[in-house]
Design a protein around this ligand. Structure first.
Ligand SMILES: [Zn+2]
Length: 146
């Protein structure tokens, strides 16, 4: 897959907190080992019980568009050939309370609506420095058969 936002667009920084989300090719979300609360983005402390026994667990790739924006004006020259594009806030079916942000690929912005079903797709790209492979979660519409 070619990079959705172009080769010169900044890639996510990878560290122990972000590696599972951006490299696994799965939706790996932080979860509290004690109270089982899901949270995203990851933190050092659980938002449910303030504990610090946190790990990453895989959840299903389906979700629901809770909100979205369609970007019509490039905020950076690297985005000029991408407009209009959509950025959605998606609630994950298997991780209550978790919303994740990503681009909606392969859909015209006027096809989108709040409540639509989406699934994660992963944009694979290598870090220019170090060569670590990122698998950046993005979204695509789940199109119902008619
Ligand atoms: Zn907890």
């Amino acid at each position: 897959m070619t990079r959705y936002l172009g080769d010169e667009w900044t890639l996510p920084g990878i560290n122990d907190a972000t590696r599972a989300w951006f490299t696994s090719g799965r939706l790996k979300v932080q979860r509290c080992d004690d109270c089982r609360t899901w949270q995203h983005p990851p933190d050092e402390i659980c938002g449910g019980c303030q504990g610090n026994r946190l790990s990453f667990a895989e959840c299903g790739e389906a979700g629901r568009i809770e909100s979205f924006v369609v970007v019509h004006r490039a905020v950076h020259p690297a985005l000029e050939d991408r407009i209009p594009y959509a950025v959605a806030l998606v609630s994950l079916d298997d991780a209550p309370g978790v919303n994740a942000i990503g681009n909606v690929l392969n859909a015209a912005p006027d096809e989108l609506a709040i409540g639509q079903r989406v699934r994660a797709v992963f944009e694979e790209v290598s870090q220019p420095e170090g060569g670590e492979v990122l698998r950046i979660p993005q979204w695509e519409l789940i199109r119902e058969a008619r």
